[in-house]
Write a protein that binds this ligand. Structure first.
Ligand code: SF4
Length: 397
């Protein structure tokens, strides 16, 4: 790696910028790794091996780290590890400590400030865990946590209590117990494979997990939750897509928070998955100073549709330990949804939800357009402030 002065020309700069800028799919240059041949840069194993994980590496690349960041990085490995792929690092604006990409992956000391209402397991998953790494919260579906590793670590991760903690040696025996649990519960028709990030596995390892699930007659539907097309788009190879397409119906949920994360490389990766017949949805987390702005949210949802990804959920940030600096008010989220609904394509509007603190599951937060609701009529306000009534069928009154 060659230390260089980073310039706006080889980075995705700007926090807000013009909507024209936000909507561009830029190629990510090699930047400080310009002496690395293109074939290595484009190899996902090279990207993983060369992740930025230490203070020394980060200081060499970003000499102007703030004191808050320096203190945060020092503490990070005792909490949630820091790890950033070189590709994703090159999306960071080196001249802007408030860069929305930087704030998602570079720790800050604020992560160590805990408020009374924050929790290590904010969605109450542990109480619905009948076998290690399997969450059975809703009757017909389960969350299958197959790994605790990610290509990079998000500073607001809901599963920071688990991520990066498990010994890889225990994972195979854990998988046996998980598959046995699913096989012996015929009510389970839907399995969401997550982690950590399942697409970090080799093609063969992924195929073996999918094969085992597909052999269970009552499993109708399989989903994979992943941030790989965003942190490590090099991993989305044609061989991987050919492997995945053998296990339809298979859906993938990706996780993009800011339009600058959607580059020419991530767009190509998402298109490859879509071309393999995999329906794609996005789950964003609403984050203060990152995407709590109507122009940024609009650019994000429009770019997602161009990449053939349906904006699916917008999550209110969970009450995870040390997240206060990244959380916004629920009113901000409602205003954001109102700024989209009626003003853009319906497909572009995600469902705004709160994963109820303590384990109540996802609760949709509909914008404040319900003025009243009784047994025979619903009074609604549209995006222009006009009032409409929806009358219930007589048999429903
Ligand atoms: S990719 Fe997902 S599991 Fe991994 S750190 Fe980010 S939010 Fe957590």
């Amino acid at each position: 790696m060659r230390k260089t002065t980073q310039t706006a020309s080889n980075r995705l700069t700007t926090t807000t910028g013009s909507s024209h800028y936000l909507k561009k799919f830029r190629h990510v240059e090699r930047g400080p790794w310009s002496d690395i041949p293109a074939n290595k840069w484009g190899n996902w194993n090279w990207q993983l091996k060369n992740r930025i994980t230490s203070t020394a590496q980060l200081q060499e690349l970003l000499p102007d780290l703030t004191q808050e960041e320096l203190d945060g990085v020092e503490l990070a490995n005792s909490k949630l590890a820091m790890s950033i792929t070189p590709y994703f690092f090159n999306l960071i604006d080196p001249n802007n400590p408030d860069c929305p990409i930087r704030r998602q992956v570079i720790p800050r000391i604020s992560e160590s400030f805990l408020s009374a209402d924050e929790m290590p397991d904010p969605c109450g998953e542990d109480q619905y865990t009948p076998v290690p790494g399997l969450v059975h919260r809703y009757p017909d579906r389960v969350l299958l946590l197959v790994t605790d590793r990610c290509a990079a670590y998000c500073r607001y991760c809901t599963r920071s209590r688990l991520v990066g903690k498990e010994s890889p040696k225990t994972l195979p025996s854990r998988l046996d117990r998980q598959i046995k649990y699913i096989s012996s519960n015929p009510v389970i028709r839907d399995v969401l494979i997550s982690g950590g990030d399942p697409l970090l596995f080799s093609d063969n390892k992924l195929a073996s997990i999918l094969e085992r699930l597909r052999k269970i007659p009552h499993v109708e539907f399989i989903r994979i939750g992943t941030r790989i097309p965003i942190f490590l788009p090099q991993r989305i190879t044609q061989t991987l897509c050919n492997t995945l397409r053998r296990y339809h119906p298979l859906f993938i949920s990706v996780h993009v928070n800011h339009p600058n994360e959607l580059t020419a490389e991530s767009k190509e990766a998402l298109e490859m998955l879509a071309n393999a017949g995999i329906p794609l949805g996005n789950q964003s987390v609403l984050l203060r100073g990152i995407n709590d702005d109507p122009e940024i949210m609009r650019a994000l949802v429009h770019k997602l549709l161009i990449c053939r990804v349906k904006p699916y959920y917008l999550y209110q940030c969970d009450l995870i330990h040390g997240s206060a600096h990244l959380r916004t008010s629920v009113h901000t989220g409602i205003d954001l949804i109102n700024s989209l609904r009626g003003h853009t394509t319906g497909y572009a509007v995600p469902q705004y939800v709160i994963d109820a603190p303590g384990g109540g599951g996802k609760i949709p937060i509909n914008p404040e357009n319900i003025l009243s609701f009784n047994k025979d009529r619903l009074v609604l306000k549209n995006h222009e402030g006009k009032v409409f009534e929806y009358i219930e069928a007589v048999k429903d009154r």
